[in-house]
Design a binder for this molecule. Structure first.
Ligand code: ADP
Ligand code: ADP
Ligand code: ZN
Length: 221
């Protein structure tokens, strides 16, 4: 990688952030940091963080900023982040974005791009309702758009695929509302800092991948 990419992937739940972050991670070596994956692992392992977070997650609410900011600060100290990082699902509120600025500044770093992935709401709902997630490695599939080779089995690790509680219909509606009120303001926050790049997130996974790489430009080439 030319310059280390320090990137935020921004967009509603289901926009394809995680799918693209995993592809980029494999191709360019920047660490994917998914706060959702970290939280789900903590819930599965019943750690103190997991116990505090699980009610918020299953209802589709955001986990309190204080819990998230600490886990991100710790995650960024890990070695794999030295080659760059791609945040997926973080920050989700203005206070989280401000805290991230502070954490990076302390480390002598800054973000070099915020990539907003735009997908209309009707497509988002289809993607979330059909999403299946690997219990073991967190890989995402879709029953129609990105089906696993074997029904219910993860292509990458052979783990069991399940439907997240918060991907059920009622919770989806609530999560989209939460996105509009609490996360969407980040678009203007980052635009005002000159960091925002926007792409159309509708199309085949491979097409979107090409758009992401094009938009990130020098950061990943
Ligand atoms: P999606 O892939 O649908 O965007 P995530 O896996 O990123 O969802 O997040 C799932 C849930 O985990 C969220 O609905 C929220 O409860 C919690 N969560 C994840 N990241 C954050 C964050 N940065 N701040 C607050 N809550 C978060
Ligand atoms: P996010 O991390 O933004 O919540 P995901 O990457 O988990 O989104 O994708 C949501 C769902 O949509 C998953 O089931 C995934 O397989 C599927 N998906 C991702 N990208 C595309 C795409 N370009 N076209 C169709 N389905 C997609
Ligand atoms: Zn797996």
């Amino acid at each position: 990688m030319a310059g280390a990419a320090r990137v935020v992937l921004l967009g509603p739940p289901g926009a394809g952030k995680g799918t693209q972050a995993k592809l980029l991670q494999d191709e360019f070596g920047a660490a994917q940091i998914s706060t959702g994956d970290i939280l789900r692992k903590a819930v599965a392992e019943q750690t103190p963080l997991g116990k505090q977070a699980s009610g918020f997650i299953s209802s589709g609410a955001l986990v309190p900023d204080s819990l998230i900011v600490n886990l991100v600060a710790e995650r960024l100290k890990e070695k794999d982040c030295a080659k760059g990082f791609l945040f997926d699902g973080f920050p989700r509120t203005i206070p989280q974005a401000e805290s991230l600025d502070g954490i990076l500044k302390k480390a002598g770093l800054d973000l070099n791009c915020v990539l907003s992935v735009q997908v209309p709401q009707n497509i988002i709902v289809e993607r979330l309702a059909g999403r299946r997630t690997c219990r073991k490695c967190g890989a995402m599939f879709h029953v129609a758009f990105n089906a696993p080779k074997l029904d219910g089995v993860c292509d990458s690790c052979g783990g069991e695929l399940y439907q997240r509680d918060d991907d059920k219909e009622q919770t989806i509606a609530h999560r989209l509302q939460v996105y509009d009120t609490q996360t969407a303001p980040l678009v203007n926050y980052y635009r005002a800092r000159g960091l925002l790049r926007e792409i159309d997130g509708v199309g085949e996974i491979d097409q979107i991948r090409a758009r992401v790489i094009e938009a990130l430009g020098d950061l990943v080439r």
